[in-house]
Design a protein around this ligand. Structure first.
Ligand SMILES: O=c1ccn([C@@H]2O[C@H](COP(=O)(O)O)[C@@H](O)[C@H]2O)c(=O)[nH]1
Length: 230
């Protein structure tokens, strides 16, 4: 069976747990995601540990955000690990995104538009007043102009972003929760089925899978519900 287009966020406190989760979910999902918690604690070795022998795609979610020269150096440093995807913040601007794209030619650079944990009230406080859709679409189009071939947005904006940037750009949505699941710190959320139907290519799902007593079964259940819905 083809693995589902899900990136499981391995936000684990230690490497053994992350590697165990990865081994349990990789028969069912296409990708595992390494974020700041794991990478800052264990560094580059984490990639091989979570990939194991499966060859699953590794998404390195470091959300780089600095001046272009610094981001170029950071992207070059991690490019040798050959992650399938590396994130940068779209708010870093076109020169910064371009620097990442040029420094990691074998990795897909994904620009994070507006974090899924932010509400419109939060956006207003940081000077982005107005519908989240507007900020997300603006950041999405500048990121694509700068050479990003993937974008991260919430499922709420994914249809609008698809209309803005067209096909050929990978749309990645965190903020995904099965119906009735706890949303925790996520604010702009939707179900996996909704996110996919609205145009997402890859769903980022962490705690609904990893906090389950059986992460393998939780991943398999979401993958099966996506197959039924498609
Ligand atoms: O806007 C964003 C960008 C990245 N993330 C990351 O996705 C996962 C979500 O985990 P859950 O447990 O499913 O909430 C997490 O690693 C975030 O760092 C995001 O949530 N929103």
């Amino acid at each position: 069976m083809t693995p589902a287009p899900i990136a499981v966020a391995l936000d684990a406190p230690d490497l053994e747990t992350a590697a165990r989760w990865a081994a349990l979910v990789t028969p069912h999902v296409s990708t595992v995601k390494v974020g700041l918690e794991l990478y800052l604690r264990y560094g580059p070795d984490v990639i091989a540990s979570v990939q194991g022998a499966s060859g699953v795609n590794v998404f390195l979610d470091l959300k780089l955000h600095d001046i272009p020269n610094t981001v170029a150096g950071a992207a070059r440093a991690v490019a040798r690990l050959r992650p399938a995807i590396l994130t940068v913040h779209a708010a870093g601007g076109t020169a910064m995104i371009k620097a990442a794209v040029e420094s990691a030619p074998h990795t897909q650079i994904a620009a994070v538009t507006v974090l899924t944990s932010l509400t419109e009230a939060d956006l207003e406080r940081i000077g982005l007043a107005g519908p989240a859709d507007d900020a997300v679409r603006r950041l999405a189009s500048l990121s694509v102009e700068a050479g990003a071939t993937a974008l991260v947005c919430s499922p709420h904006e994914v249809a609008a972003v698809r209309a803005e940037v067209g096909g050929g750009i990978t749309l990645i949505t965190p903020g995904v929760r099965p119906a009735g699941a706890d949303t925790q710190d996520q604010k702009r959320v939707a179900t996996p089925e909704r996110a996919l139907a609205d145009g997402a290519d890859l769903l980022v799902i962490g705690r609904p899978i990893t906090a389950s007593p059986d992460p393998g079964a939780a991943a398999a259940a979401i993958a099966a519900s996506l197959r039924r819905a498609s």
